[in-house]
Design a protein around this ligand. Structure first.
Ligand SMILES: Nc1ncnc2c1ncn2[C@@H]1O[C@H](COP(=O)(O)OP(=O)(O)OP(=O)(O)O)[C@@H](O)[C@H]1O
Ligand SMILES: [Mg+2]
Length: 362
């Protein structure tokens, strides 16, 4: 069990900066997601936490103790490289107990530990089977078993489900999360899949271009994005951006969107120039009358809802509305934005402006 604190962590490979002044805290027992697009520095961050890569600067604290320059084996963190990497010539029992045997544990303790772990994973009945003939799910359980037996302080998992097909992936994700909830071990999990991060994580760090864009619960990240990058990366379809030239006064509860007065959460900071009004598709209703109008370009029927794409004076806007409403391409409709859920951005910096909605979160 462990708390992991990352402070101003930086990693350079020659002139290239892979991780730039990263800071976040992973609480004891958390299932923690490192999320971001390919090449943003997720694996490098994970490897630094595990001690497989040393930081250029900054600190890592494990349970309050600074371990930044310590070797991997002195940190007691299990790095689950790839779930399917098993020793092919050994049976299940030997695969799982290998780390204990090589650490010289006495046989009776190994036996007791194996029994406990096999019980947690539900694989007592396959212990004598060769790993070659196992199903994907069982192989994954065995690989996990090998990581668990050591009782590490924390688990690092780098896209463990990456190679799986969608259906199996979802099942294993649920199983991993349930396993975590039974064991309560601090887990850091890397993924580029925003849905996986939202579904599984207690907390999420969103990275982009070597930088931590935001750190928070799935709800905080989704409802109150700190940057336009986060607002765009999280959610499917992602947040709509309506850019305009204007003024936002501190304390204001509306903005003039190209002459259309639009409600927003009360602004805690002012801005002027190129601004962006951000609204999630489910916070836009379509009605018959209203000043903000759009022409239906496409509809996507999803069963429980539908996503309607409209061409507006502010570009393309997507609205998620009830599935039973009939909308035909070419038809016009008025867009009503839920003013309590809007996030305003400064287009130049891409940063969210502080408001009554996101105050204290971003
Ligand atoms: N040993 C290295 N030497 C030089 N550059 C490296 C090294 N390791 C990583 N990089 C670079 O650092 C950047 C971040 O790499 P990293 O593997 O951390 O990204 P990632 O977020 O895990 O991406 P992916 O989703 O593709 O796995 C990449 O541009 C990568 O090419
Ligand atoms: Mg990676």
């Amino acid at each position: 069990m462990a708390t992991i604190e990352i402070r101003d962590l930086r990693k350079q490979f020659g002139d290239f900066t892979a991780v730039r002044e990263s800071s976040f805290t992973i609480e004891d027992g958390e299932f923690f997601m490192l999320l971001g697009p390919s090449g943003c520095g997720k694996t490098t961050t994970l490897r630094m936490i595990a001690g497989l890569e040393l930081p250029t600067s900054g600190e890592i604290y494990l349970d309050g103790e600074e371990v930044s320059q310590k070797l991997a084996r002195e940190r007691d963190i299990a790095f689950v490289f790839q779930m399917f990497a098993l020793y092919p010539h050994m049976n299940v029992r030997k695969n799982i107990t290998y780390p204990l045997v090589s650490q010289g544990w006495p046989r009776n303790r190994i036996k007791a530990k194996l029994d406990e772990v096999a019980g947690i994973l539900g694989i007592r009945d396959i212990l004598d089977r060769p790993v070659g003939g196992l199903s994907g799910g069982d192989r994954q359980r065995v690989a996990l078993g090998r990581a668990i037996v050591r009782e590490p302080k924390a688990f690092m998992m780098d896209e463990p489900l990456g190679a799986l097909d969608a259906e199996f992936r979802e099942r294993m994700a649920e199983e991993l999360r349930a396993l975590h909830d039974r064991m309560g071990a601090t887990t850091v999990y890397v993924t580029h899949d925003q849905l996986e991060a939202m579904q599984m994580g207690d907390k999420i760090v969103v990275m982009n271009n070597a930088v931590v864009e935001q750190f928070g619960t799935p709800r905080e990240i989704y409802d109150t994005p700190a940057t336009m990058f986060v607002a765009d990366f999280i959610g499917d379809p992602s947040m709509n951006f309506l850019p305009f030239e204007g003024v936002l006064a501190e304390g204001a509860s509306s903005v003039s969107l190209g002459g259309i007065e639009t409600a927003i959460p009360m602004a805690r900071e002012g801005a002027r120039g190129r601004l962006v009004l951000g609204a999630r598709p489910e916070h836009i209703a379509l009605t018959d009358d209203g000043p903000l109008r759009g022409r239906v370009a496409a509809t996507e029927y999803l069963g429980t809802s539908q996503v309607v794409t409209l061409d507006t004076g502010f570009g393309e806007v997507k609205a998620r509305i009830a599935a039973d409403r009939r909308m035909a391409p070419g038809e016009t409709a008025a867009l009503t934005i839920d003013g309590t859920r809007v996030t305003m951005f400064d287009e130049g910096t891409g940063r969210a402006l502080r408001s009554e909605l996101n105050e204290g979160v971003i």
